[in-house]
Design a protein. Structure first.
Lengths: 304, 317, 566
């Protein structure tokens, strides 16, 4: 970018831009400050309300309860490995699909697109899915965390749209030079598509990281459950305890007694802690991905 | 324009129908690339689709879905004859419509604003913060909203009282329900939604902007002649996907935000189905409604796609 | 160069899944908790080989959202599980869910993946989980327990004790089930009146406010007096602990339990029907509904009732409760939460029971119960279970005297001692448990009570002596004394509805109709006329569906029996 003089109008727009963005970011950021404060606050004290920016009764109990379980380390390992594997595989597979779809003049493209798109509208539901997973023996295995999430047609379309914007002359000249299709894909298309690949990687990664349902519904083995499932379980169980303790179901006195002493860790406090725990890793990953959000090496590769 | 394709193809692609198979052979690698996806979708999406038959059957566990006796359209009839059907449908469409009108452009606007930030470090910080709300579940967001808007100890009413005004039960006012739903939805999704646009924006060659300036183009000119046209394909695709979800007005959010006072406008298809499907055949009933929604979406998408093809060169197929 | 780079990244991509696979293989072996090792231990405790019961592992599902809360960390070798294994040879592999119970049950039955033993909610067989379970029973998914009952007397007792007569007649032994037994009730009372739990629902008012107004809590026993009190509170400028004004009346989450404020228009009912003016009337069509609605409406309109009450989340409700923001609330005494918060910081604000309110017959409005439970957590076994005797052996043992001591108190000598024939915690142990409830859970003392044990009441069998009771126990008891449960030992007329030929159509039309939601709309309507219109429209819905004819039918049928109650 060359140097430009900023006109008065430019300055005003710029300031306005910054201001609005800044205000918006305040509103986006504040809830996290709030959650952070609550996660470090004693749950019972927090019930009284009035906590806005910092904890009133500081405690590490909530985090301690979350991390106390020896399983939690394993759960995080499962989540991390799952996220890495699925992201890598899904981005690769989806980009192949998107590239195939983006080839100009492909016979039957209309029908192929419709074939995939149809699945975004219609689904068989939980029961046939469960039966399918059983039939292919992926229930209660690591595979059920990976296989069913490899494709999302929305991602494919986003990538295809991006690929459509790459001039075909680039790939054509490579083909003339005798490059194989795979080569064209890997050496021309992919390097130019870093932003969209990074974007889809982010979408897939975050989606898989936050998914607690798969681990809950299709896996019973405790050592295969990802972090999101694990933390979600903890919150449900804490809620269950307080419910049955104060009269929701069991009338057994002994049980109510121990419920009464949950030691400052209320389900509400756990929920806050959960948000912090599950979000922090993503926030750390994103700056790493931001590197890729630069324009592809388009300029200069062709003499226009 | 960079977007339109160059018309020159060096290798001749067979054009005549009789040469279709030659074309197929020419593109064989493309098909190969798509093959894993086809297999995956056949297994994981198409095979389980027989489950929609639950909507038509008197499902018995021991007979399975295929073996259970046929019930026909009973659940559909039950749903359509329900006196609340029309008002529920109206609410659903109203909310979706408003979300499209206001919520759809919002991430685009944010992306443009972020793009105008010169200092890349600040841009990154703003961007990261802007999508934090995406990670907060609706349970937490609505709880937060209720606290702020509470007639008892809410922030807003606190300020009102200090100003001498009465406190209002905001979340109980039907007239405010839609604005609250739309704005909280925008707040939550705008940052995350802008990521796609930001990625697409990186595709624009900065030299174009410089060249345009030298031709005397102002800020708005640049926006409308360079920036937006580049984004048209992305916008188009996202719009089509949004339309396909028009009967899903946002179950989690609405379910939590409903109050008895606002039910006349806040009852949508999904919340209604959940409440009424509790009785017998809950599964069959909600499957039927899901099928109904999908069918409507399909018709909608086909129509929109046809229109899009005529009006622009952006379309799904 | 580039080609190798590509190969390199492809190679990496291939390596990771392989790594993952090998990892799962490892964790499979590592996580193997089969008690093959402990089988040896069981026989080493001195029993002869021939006496050692067969070692079996069964799968157990607690189909409650969050129900895994009581599971010990070591399911196999915690002291209680070990002891049970010694006696029965059975080890349980337990799991639970964090999603909707109905969803899990449906999927389980539809895919034929029912665990060996399941505990699930069983409230009524006309909807929800109960219906799903009944359907599963009729369609061959559950094991018929009838042939086993004589062999396992404790289980037989569970099936016949503590269950309301009518529930047993119509739901558990409904004609559809053809006389077969599939369900084992748990968490049921032991057949004595004392064992029926008094939930102590009522209206509770802040003690310091009552004192300031010079009002005796017990005097507030009519709707008018309640209204007056609330008005006085509104004008009395009272504050919560943060100095903000109180709300005169409110409820907890989602409007629970607003019905406490309109008890003056109730009677003692166990069915959908009311006896009014010598005739039988359907509950929703009773004139009382109008009066109730208008009263609550007035409370809201006059600023005496929290407008947010019906949309309170748990969090906001707790906040209001623990800051003393509600001058009067209608629910249970909530001592669990209050004792840890408000009562600690502001003991003068301790809530007192108002009234109790008199109902329309001049009697105290109180909890009405049949001498048994109508709906409970229930255990059933999978029809495909390989070793039903093992499962029943387990359940039978746990419900024996010895088993129950184990379930509630643990190991004699280690956790408790017997004093005068009653178990008492060893003081050090109790202290540890109080300080760290997870210890108690991991000892194995949380997962059996309530979910595996039925026809039993620990408060009746092991009553606390006075000095063992905490001040909160005594407070709860004082409430119960003021509101003794009214026992009606009759068959609810509601069950007769099912015999009406047009019952199915009735259900189709109104089974899912949310009358409560309509009521709430009426509370917030712009005018009384509009509110009444909403109410009448709702009532019309019932009439259209045939409520009046159904009521007549039920009245006739009821006359044919002498044990029907309304």
């Amino acid at each position: 970018m060359g140097t430009r003089r900023m006109s008065a109008a430019d300055k005003i727009y710029s300031t306005l831009n910054y201001t609005v963005l800044f205000l918006f970011c305040l509103t986006a950021l504040y809830p996290f400050i709030y959650f952070l404060a609550l996660s470090f606050n004693d749950g019972y004290d927090a019930m009284k309300g009035g906590i806005y920016f910092y904890p009133r009764v500081f405690t590490l109990e909530n985090y301690s309860k979350a991390f106390n379980n020896p399983q939690v380390l394993n759960a995080f390992w499962i989540s991390v490995s799952r996220t890495l594997i699925v992201t890598l595989c899904s981005v690769m597979l989806t980009s192949l699909l998107a590239y195939g779809l983006s080839r100009k003049g492909l016979p039957g493209r209309k029908y192929i697109v419709f074939f995939f798109f149809f699945t975004t509208l219609f689904s068989g539901g939980l029961i046939p899915t469960f039966i399918l997973y059983r039939q292919i023996h992926i229930i209660d295995t690591y595979w059920v965390l990976v296989l069913p999430v490899l494709y999302d047609f929305f991602n494919a379309i986003v990538m295809k749209t991006f690929f459509d914007g790459i001039p075909p002359s680039l790939s054509e000249s490579a083909r003339i030079d005798g490059a194989s299709e795979l080569s064209v894909f890997a050496r021309i298309i992919l390097p130019l598509s870093m932003p969209v690949l990074a974007t889809i990687a982010l979408f897939v990664g975050v989606g898989v990281w936050n998914d607690w349902f798969t681990g809950q519904f299709f896996i019973s083995k405790e050592n295969l459950q990802p972090a999101a499932t694990f933390l979600n379980k903890m919150i449900s169980e804490a809620s269950f305890q307080t419910m049955t303790g104060s009269g929701g179901g069991s009338s057994i006195q002994n049980m109510s007694q121990s419920q009464m002493e949950l030691r400052g860790v209320t389900p509400e406090a756990l929920r806050m802690t959960f948000v912090i725990i599950i979000t922090t890793p993503i926030l750390c990953v994103y700056p790493f991905l931001q590197r890729f959000f630069v324009k592809g090496v388009l300029v200069g590769s062709l003499k226009e | 324009m960079i977007v339109k394709e160059a018309k020159v193809e060096v290798m001749p692609i067979p054009k005549k129908k009789s040469e279709t198979w030659s074309r197929v052979w020419y593109f064989r690698h493309a098909y190969l690339f798509m093959l894993p996806a086809v297999i995956w979708y056949l297994v994981f999406s198409y095979y389980p689709m027989y489950g929609v038959l639950i909507a038509f059957k008197d499902f018995k566990y021991n007979l399975g879905i295929m073996g259970s006796p046929w019930e026909g359209l009973r659940f559909f009839k039950q749903f359509l004859n329900d006196s609340s059907f029309y008002s529920v449908l109206k609410n659903t469409l109203s909310i979706s419509g408003l979300k499209l009108l206001f919520g759809f452009p919002a991430p685009l606007v944010l992306a443009l604003m972020l793009n105008a930030v010169m200092r890349s470090k600040i841009k990154r910080i703003f961007q990261t913060i802007s999508y934090l709300p995406h990670f907060v579940s609706w349970v937490v967001v609505v709880t937060l909203m209720q606290k702020i808007l509470s007639p008892n100890v809410g922030l807003v009413n606190d300020i009102r009282e200090k100003m001498g005004l009465d406190s209002i039960f905001f979340m109980g006012m039907p007239s405010l329900f839609y604005p609250l739903v739309i704005s909280s939805d925008i707040w939550k999704g705008i940052g995350w939604g802008s990521i796609i646009y930001l990625a697409a924006l990186t595709n624009i060659d900065p030299h174009l902007y410089e060249a345009a300036e030298m031709d005397g183009a102002g800020r708005w000119s640049k926006l409308f002649k360079i920036t937006l046209p580049t984004l048209v394909p992305t916008i188009g695709i996202l719009l089509i996907f949004s339309l396909s979800g028009i009967l899903n007005a946002g179950f989690d959010q609405i379910w939590l935000m409903q109050t008895p006072a606002t039910l006349s406008v806040s009852e949508i298809l999904d919340t209604y189905v959940l409440k009424t499907g509790i009785q017998q055949g809950q599964f069959a009933y909600s499957t039927a409604i899901g099928l109904f929604k999908s069918a409507i979406s399909l018709v909608l998408i086909i129509t929109v796609n046809k229109v899009a093809k005529k009006v622009s060169d952006v379309s799904l197929w | 160069m580039r080609k190798t780079r590509l190969k390199g990244s492809l190679g990496l991509a291939a390596a990771i899944p392989l790594l993952a696979m090998s990892m799962t293989a490892c964790s499979d072996n590592g996580g193997n908790n089969e008690p093959n090792a402990t089988a040896g231990n069981a026989t080493n405790t001195g029993q002869k080989e021939a006496d050692a019961p067969k070692q079996v592992t069964l799968t157990f599902l607690s189909a409650w959202n969050g129900g895994g809360a009581g599971f010990p960390q070591d399911q196999v070798n915690n002291p209680v599980a070990k002891a049970i294994r010694e006696k029965t040879g059975v080890t349980l592999k337990m799991e639970s869910i964090t999603t909707s119970e109905v969803e899990k049950l449906n999927t389980m039955f539809a895919s034929g993946t029912v665990p060996d033993i399941v505990n699930a909610p069983y409230w009524s067989t006309t909807g929800g989980e109960g219906q799903v379970i009944k359907k599963a029973a009729m369609e061959g998914q559950l094991l018929d327990l009838t042939p086993y009952l004589d062999k396992y007397p404790n289980i037989k007792r569970l099936i016949t004790t503590g269950i309301a007569k009518d529930f047993a007649e119509f739901d558990m032994n409904s004609p559809d089930l053809q006389g077969k037994q599939y369900i084992i009730p748990t968490e049921t009372p032991d057949g004595s009146i004392e064992s029926i739990h008094n939930w102590n629902y009522g209206l509770f008012a802040r003690g310091d406010i009552l004192k300031a107004l010079n009002v005796n809590a017990a005097d507030i026993d009519t709707q008018e007096k309640l209204y007056d009190l609330l008005e006085k509170i509104k004008n009395g400028n009272f504050k919560d602990i943060s100095g903000k004004p109180v709300i005169p009346a409110g409820t907890l989450h989602n409007g629970w339990d607003s019905s406490q404020f309109t008890k003056g228009w109730t009677g003692y009912n166990i069915s959908d029907f009311r006896e009014e003016d010598g005739k039988l009337n359907f509950w929703a069509l009773s004139k009382d509904e109008e009066d109730k609605m208008l009263y609550l409406r007035k409370l809201i309109k006059d600023g005496l009732f929290d407008p947010e009450a019906f949309s309170n989340t748990d969090t906001t409700a707790m906040e209001k409760l623990t800051t003393g923001k509600l001058a009067v609330f209608g629910a249970q005494p909530m001592l669990g939460d209050l004792s840890k918060t408000l009562y600690k910081t502001n003991p003068e604000m301790q809530y007192e029971l108002l009234g109790p309110m008199k109902n329309k017959n001049g009697e105290i409005a109180t909890q009405v119960e049949k001498p048994g439970r109508s709906g409970f957590p229930a255990i059933f076994l999978s029809a495909k279970i390989k070793d039903p005797d093992a499962a029943l052996r387990y359940l039978d043992f746990v419900n024996s005297d010895e088993g129950r001591l184990l379930a509630y108190w643990g190991i004699e000598g280690k956790d408790y001692t017997m004093v005068d024939g009653r178990p008492q915690w060893i003081p050090d142990v109790k202290k540890q448990f109080d300080e760290n409830p997870d210890l108690k859970r991991d000892e194995g003392l949380n997962f059996l009570p309530g979910r595996f044990i039925g026809a039993f009441s620990d408060t009746v069998t092991w009553p606390k002596t006075d000095d063992q009771k905490t001040q909160w126990d005594k407070l709860e008891e004082s409430f119960s004394v003021k509101m003794p449960i009214k026992i009606i030992d009759k068959v609810s007329a509601t069950y007769l509805e099912r015999e009406w030929p047009k019952y199915q159509q009735f259900r189709d039309k109104v089974g899912s109709f949310d009358f409560n939601a309509e009521l709430q709309k009426a509370y917030f309507a712009k005018s009384d006329e509009e509110a009444l219109k909403i109410l009448h429209n709702a009532q019309e819905k019932f009439k259209d569906a045939g409520a009046l004819e159904m009521t007549e039918f039920v009245a006739q049928k009821a006359a044919e029996r002498n044990d029907i109650g309304y």
